[in-house]
Write a protein that binds this ligand. Structure first.
Ligand code: ASP
Ligand code: MG
Length: 447
């Protein structure tokens, strides 16, 4: 069985929902379908929660009314029979009244999570009802009965596997098993979520739990590109990525996939395919356990990077220096993304600036501190193992005209990263595109 996930824009209107239903029923095969909330809904629910935190029930009610009107418009267009239109309408009315009930009570983060869960609950009910109206054998399984996190807010994989399999077994012979992305229960049984963009994660958890034939993530972009199409001309979709390569790219801002979601699929050995709802025939990008030797796959950039350098002669021949430096970041719960060291200095990057002042103040006890703001990390992903002689030099050669603040190579066998100023990003990405990718999108072994 395959698991298919459709994001917010893919179910963003009545027409889009109908297109999704056509797509998932075209081959007549049984499948699990994970849906996001309709695009914009989760943000609107966040806005409602924000008004409630600020003790402004009028503000919240105004936003709820507006959202309800939008949804009524959608269901007018979605259904062809009065029966299903009315049924869905009364379901949605109940939903919106439920949202209104929060304006009359104490509002805490528990209530907020319940509110945030309603977007996926609404979209999945709407789509399931539409499928039933069309005569499709469809059933809605509640993600709240299958997906749970543990005390560390990490998915409780054994629980998820057991419950997901049980839910499917309880409903044999259905064609489409619909469920909500993003939402779950936590270790205490409360409604919670897998953080923004978490629907991809749900799909991968379910796919891994049932050892699916494939997990498909449907968005409105054409798979992963070998460079940032917003910045560089002539980028091409990448057809295949090794799990580790996809993980590097997801982190470095290739927005198409939730960064942590690949792990469960990787461990279960289930391939993940990225596909485009606007162009369903296109091959998309497959992410699997196959490592292609001798190719560089893609380049990605991450903005808003701060680069902190600490120079100290005390570092010379000393042990424990780096630990002291890292402890300061640890104290302020700021994660370090990239690091470069020399015998008398170390440079690190961070992307969280809330505690920058405290961190630099403490670092000054250990050396001379410099801070470069508005930097970006550019990472080149592919077969960059040490044995693959000459590949890293091609990447550095591409950067010959660009002031490079930091380089990191050897952290994994799949990546080399550069830190440059954001103002040089476009030039750097363009140069890498020209140097690394020939017409077929892959770099060739240097002669
Ligand atoms: N609806 C959630 C969000 O907007 C989850 C998702 O779409 O993946 O973040
Ligand atoms: Mg998403």
């Amino acid at each position: 069985m395959k698991v298919l996930k459709f994001g917010g824009t893919s179910v963003g209107s009545a027409q889009r929902m109908q297109d999704v239903c056509k797509l998932i029923t075209s081959d007549g095969k049984a499948k699990v379908v994970v849906l996001s909330a309709m695009s914009g809904t989760t943000n609107t629910l966040v806005e409602i929660a924000d008004y409630l935190y600020k003790k402004n029930p009028e503000g919240a009610n105004y936003v709820i009314d507006r959202l309800e009107q939008t949804y009524m418009g959608h269901i007018d267009q979605l259904y062809t029979t009065d029966e299903w239109r009315q049924q869905t309408e009364s379901f949605l009315h109940e939903e919106f009244n439920y949202l209104r009930s929060f304006t009359k009570m104490l509002f805490t983060s528990f209530e907020e999570k319940v509110i945030l869960a309603q977007g996926e609950i609404m979209s999945t009910n709407m789509v399931t009802n539409y499928l039933k109206e069309q005569g499709v054998k469809a059933v809605l399984l509640s993600a709240l009965d299958m997906i749970r996190t543990d005390k560390n807010a990490e998915p409780d994989f054994n629980y998820i596997r057991e419950k997901t399999i049980a839910q499917l077994e309880e409903h044999p012979g259905e064609e489409i098993y619909i469920t909500q992305g993003f939402i779950c229960r936590n270790a205490y049984g409360e409604i919670d979520n897998l953080l923004r963009g978490g629907s991809d994660y749900t799909a991968c958890l379910i796919g891994a739990a049932i050892k699916a034939e494939e997990i498909q993530i449907w968005t409105d972009i054409d798979g992963m590109h070998n460079n940032d199409p917003r910045v560089v001309e002539g980028t091409e979709p990448v057809r295949q990525l090794y799990f580790e390569e996809a993980a590097e790219l997801a982190y470095f801002g290739a927005k198409i996939l939730h960064p942590t979601c690949i792990q469960p699929a990787k461990f279960a050995g289930v391939p993940v395919r990225l596909l485009n709802t606007m162009d369903p025939e296109a091959p998309g990008t497959i992410i699997n356990n196959r490592m292609h030797r001798g190719t560089i796959k893609a380049v990605a950039a991450k903005d808003n990077i701060i680069c902190i350098g600490i120079q100290s002669s005390r570092m010379l021949l000393a042990h424990g220096f780096l630990r002291k430096v890292f402890e300061i970041f640890e104290t302020y719960k700021t994660s370090i993304d990239m690091i470069a060291t020399s015998e008398v200095g170390v440079s690190v990057t961070i992307d969280k600036r809330v505690h920058l002042n405290e961190i630099t103040a403490e670092l000054k006890k250990y050396g001379t501190v410099t801070v470069d703001d508005n930097m970006c990390i550019i990472c080149v992903v592919g077969d960059l193992s040490a044995q693959n002689v000459g590949f890293e030099s091609q990447a550095t050669e591409a950067m010959r005209q660009i002031p490079v603040r930091m380089i990191s190579y050897g952290g994994s066998a799949h990546n080399i990263s550069f830190v440059v100023s954001e103002s040089d990003k476009k030039r750097a990405l363009q140069a890498l595109q020209e140097c690394l990718f020939s017409y077929d999108g892959h770099v060739h072994r240097p002669s």
